[in-house]
Write a protein that binds this ligand. Structure first.
Ligand SMILES: N[C@@H](CCC(=O)N[C@@H](CS)C(=O)NCC(=O)O)C(=O)O
Length: 118
């Protein structure tokens, strides 16, 4: 079962890199603003989780440099569990004026990123 999951994960990563989406283009100033806004967000994820791949691909399409944190590794696994509330990925940590929101569900994350950056 573990070997099958490993194998499927590798296939997902291979297809993801073969069919990598194009990033949207912005003016230099607009891109700098986007980059600054995204600096307050981190995506807690597993590399081969299909829902995480979906969100990463969308971030690439939107051309946003979304930082990722491997939720299988310390200390991010504990942080996700203790502060987010559950060990489930993807989860987007959003910091806004000192207030932190933990957003679960790939579709909600994508809708949020679209609202901010599309
Ligand atoms: N409906 C969720 C599904 C996410 C999901 O099932 N993630 C799996 C990894 S692929 C997970 O975190 N499983 C651990 C758990 O549910 O405790 C989404 O679209 O984000």
């Amino acid at each position: 079962m573990k070997a099958l999951r490993w194998f499927v994960g590798k296939i997902i990563l291979m297809l993801n890199s073969l069919f990598s989406p194009r990033g949207m283009q912005r003016s230099e100033t607009a891109q700098q603003e986007v980059d600054a806004a995204v600096a307050n967000m981190q995506l807690y994820q597993f590399e081969t989780c299909p829902f995480c791949v979906k969100v990463r691909r969308h971030a690439k399409r939107l051309n946003i440099p979304l930082a990722t944190r491997d939720a299988k590794s310390s200390p991010w696994d504990q942080e996700l569990l203790e502060q987010g509330g559950k060990r489930k990925v993807p989860c987007l940590r959003i910091e806004d004026n000192g207030q932190v929101t933990w957003m679960y569900e790939s579709n909600d994350i994508i809708a949020y990123l679209d609202e901010r950056f599309a």
